[in-house]
Design a protein around this ligand. Structure first.
Ligand SMILES: Nc1ncnc2c1ncn2[C@@H]1O[C@H](COP(=O)(O)OP(=O)(O)OP(=O)(O)O)[C@@H](O)[C@H]1O
Ligand SMILES: [Mg+2]
Length: 214
């Protein structure tokens, strides 16, 4: 599903990833661990088509995205990826409903049936007209999860999704996320440094000194 072959990423002269090899199977849930600054977010950004490697190949569903021209890469990101972030990244001035709807609009889908469907599945029916600041952190992350899934992307990328939640709320979020990605047969790569989170994954890989440590 996702393959990285000898991927290198530099910021200026600073090598962050120095030859990363990684394969993620369809439907697999892989956790990525590693110390602060080790390149975890950089790795997610490369898989999500938000950035390109200086060297190596990234192949997703048989297509080499690392050699896509900009427009094609943007399309891949919009259509194929759902993102979940540590600080939720909801737009503050629009409602919960409109936040979840964004990926559909970006993909030219006018139909809103799936917005209601996912709001129900995350247990936020009745709160669709609220603004993000009128929700708890856990509820905001639920909204972000619905937003990540609404356009039916093949891959979910999550960067410290429980990092700003207490562990009880984080555990609930992980339960919900796992249930939804299983039901929807998604492939997920999730960055975390919390053991209670990586326990949910099929396997955990560690980035150390710019490579995936065994
Ligand atoms: N846009 C950028 N320009 C320059 N350097 C960057 C940029 N983004 C990241 N870096 C550097 O690359 C390294 C890896 O950053 P990255 O954000 O991938 O780490 P991380 O493993 O996600 O860390 P954390 O656990 O703190 O989130 C760091 O040394 C960081 O300072
Ligand atoms: Mg990071």
């Amino acid at each position: 599903m996702i393959e990285l072959h000898d991927v290198e990423k530099y910021y200026g002269k600073n090598a962050v990833l120095k030859g990363v090899d990684l394969e993620v199977a369809k439907g697999e849930f892989v956790a990525v661990a590693g110390s602060s600054g080790s390149g975890k977010s950089t790795l997610l950004n490369l898989i999500g088509g938000m950035d390109r490697p200086e060297k190596g190949r990234i192949v997703v569903q048989g297509a080499e995205i690392s050699s896509y021209p900009d427009e094609k890469l943007t399309l891949y990101r919009k259509r194929g990826i759902g993102f979940v972030f540590q600080f939720f990244n909801l737009l503050p001035n629009i409602t919960v409903f409109e936040n979840v709807r964004i990926p559909l609009l970006l993909n030219g889908v006018g139909e809103t049936e799936r917005v209601s469907l996912f709001l129900a599945r995350i247990g936020l029916e009745g709160k669709e007209s609220r603004y993000p600041h009128e929700l708890s952190g856990g509820e905001q992350q639920r909204v972000a999860i619905a937003r990540a899934l609404v356009h039916d992307p093949a891959i979910i990328l999550a960067d410290e999704p429980t990092g700003s939640l207490d562990s009880r709320t984080g555990e609930a979020i992980m339960g919900l996320m796992k249930q939804l990605i299983r039901e929807e047969a998604k492939t997920i790569v999730l960055v975390t440094h919390e053991e209670y989170v990586s326990r949910h994954a099929d396997r955990t890989v560690r980035i150390k000194d710019g490579v995936i440590a065994a």
